[in-house]
Design a protein around this ligand. Structure first.
Ligand code: HEM
Length: 161
């Protein structure tokens, strides 16, 4: 492969990420464990999280230029005391939503996606602990392929071997 696409492009760009987060937050609001955390969420929340994910996955820097970047994201988790059970449910529903909206299902993309959710959600729990004072001046994280996306190689013919 000459150039490896970003995870953002591979996922299908902003339209795919907005479909993902809108489907996901509909599930969240129907979930008894997560609904209390999200019942008063900003109506733009699904699109803001799509912008966050897009930037982390190599798309345009919309979240940092229009929404306040890492500092704003950290601030939105402070004091929420997210439990491990809630974190695990959050990740599960987002993976379910990825299937529902047909995000690419290839092993490399899903490994990158699931790895990011596992990492990011554990940080969200730490940021949300009562009394936590996480650094807010960090740059936006960048996430990349764990392995290059698999591509079929042209079959060797006897003439080329
Ligand atoms: C990879 C993991 C995560 C990412 C990338 C993430 C991202 C974000 C972002 C970007 C915001 C701010 C959106 C805005 O600009 O308004 C936010 C807010 C929030 N997050 Fe997370 N989050 C993660 C994990 C979690 C988890 C595990 C929970 C709870 C189970 C959670 C609960 C919340 C809540 C309650 C808000 C505030 C929503 C509102 O009132 O508007 N987050 N998150």
């Amino acid at each position: 492969m000459d150039s490896v696409p970003t995870l953002y492009d591979w996922a299908g760009g902003r339209p795919a990420l907005v479909r993902l987060t809108e489907t996901f937050y509909a599930k969240v609001l129907a979930d008894e464990l997560l609904e209390p955390l999200f019942r008063d969420m900003d109506p733009g929340h699904p699109r803001h999280v799509a912008d966050w994910l897009g930037e982390v996955f190599g798309g345009p820097p919309v979240y940092s230029t229009e929404r306040g970047g890492h500092r704003h994201m950290v601030g939105r988790h402070l004091g929420r005391a997210i439990t491990e059970q809630q974190r695990r449910r959050w990740v599960t529903l987002l993976l379910d939503a990825a299937d529902d909206v047909d995000l690419p299902s290839d092993p490399e993309f899903r490994a990158a996606f699931a790895g990011y959710l596992e990492w990011g959600s554990r940080l969200a729990v730490l940021f949300s602990r009562p009394g936590a004072e996480p650094a807010t001046d960090e740059p936006m994280p960048k996430w990349d392929w764990p392995l290059p996306p698999w591509q079929a190689q042209p079959k060797k013919t006897s003439a080329s071997s």
